[in-house]
Design a protein around this ligand. Sequence first.
Ligand code: NDP
Length: 333
Amino acid sequence: GREIRLASRPQGWPGAENFEIAEVRVPDPAPGQVLVRNLFMSVDPYMRGRMDDRESYVPPFQVGRPLDGGAVGEVVASGAEGIPEGTMVLHGLGWREFALLDAAAVRVVDPAAAPTPSAYLGVLGMTGLTAYAGLLDVAGFREGDAVFVSGAAGAVGSLVGQIAKLRGASRVVGSAGSAQKVAHLVEDLGFDAAFDYHDGPVHRQLRDAAPDGIDVYFDNVGGDHLEAAIGSLRRFGRVALCGAIAQYNETSAPAAPRNLALAIGKELTLRGFIVGSHGHRMPDFVQEVGGWLREGRITWRETVVDGLENAPGAFLGLLRGENTGKMVVRLAG
Ligand code: NDP
């Protein structure tokens, strides 16, 4: 089997040279362990932060060691009671073709309950829960709210907009990085309006798209997007600070938002969150969003890249916006 290791730490934008691929022996599971053949692995923006040697809510990757992250695969050898060969499991040892795990470190998933195993990395997994808990609990979305979401054609953002619509938003506006993505938001996902942030200042485009203002901003981007949202938020508006991808590869401090003081007079709430703290909402999420999925009321896309050797490229592509919906890497199957 093969694995991807961190070859060196990037300064600013990462590149292929920061990764290396290595052949390793496939181990046998000890009692209590399972050997998993990974079918799909996730690439996620937060992995950029783990390439730096900085303490965060997840530990940094180590130079010379394999990367890790969400993956779904099939048990091919088992020393664990109750997890026979052939079981499909979700776990945290992606970036490798075979993963050796303790039984307690895997979650058994039902392949019949998902259209593809990779759904457990996206719409039915961490990504979906981020959208659900971020919108409903962190931003305190209420029926009738006007919502703006950035990174709207991505994995989290595309679900935020659709959940808001299904829960009775008065207006849903999204921003994304290409004309094609903008068309996808309006034509396929049911957004009321969308714009390409390359087409002009975000604050002006947001004002045109939501002339009466917004009540909720779901922030995936930070910077000028957050500044524009602060400008457009109405009194008692709420912001879920989910991500700030515009600054993940920057080496200097962000220039925006410059208008944070507006939050005082407007009595805004800006609240950061990490999805790991919202695990208790998983059952509600699975019931509500899972139901919409079965009824065909949620549209979700994946961008699938084939082969472990192309995983670094998939990750770098994610940071450049080459994905629509969830970016995943297919390793087998
Ligand atoms: P996405 O599928 O949204 O992929 C990232 C997208 O970011 C790209 O497709 C690209 O789309 C966009 N992007 C890249 N650079 C910029 C930029 N400079 N300005 C605006 N957009 C940019 O990834 P996820 O859905 O997995 O994650 C979305 C956000 O949510 C990220 O910020 C991530 O860190 C955060 N997150 C936070 C979690 C938490 O627990 N708080 C959990 C999961 C994700 P485009 O073409 O539109 O530019």
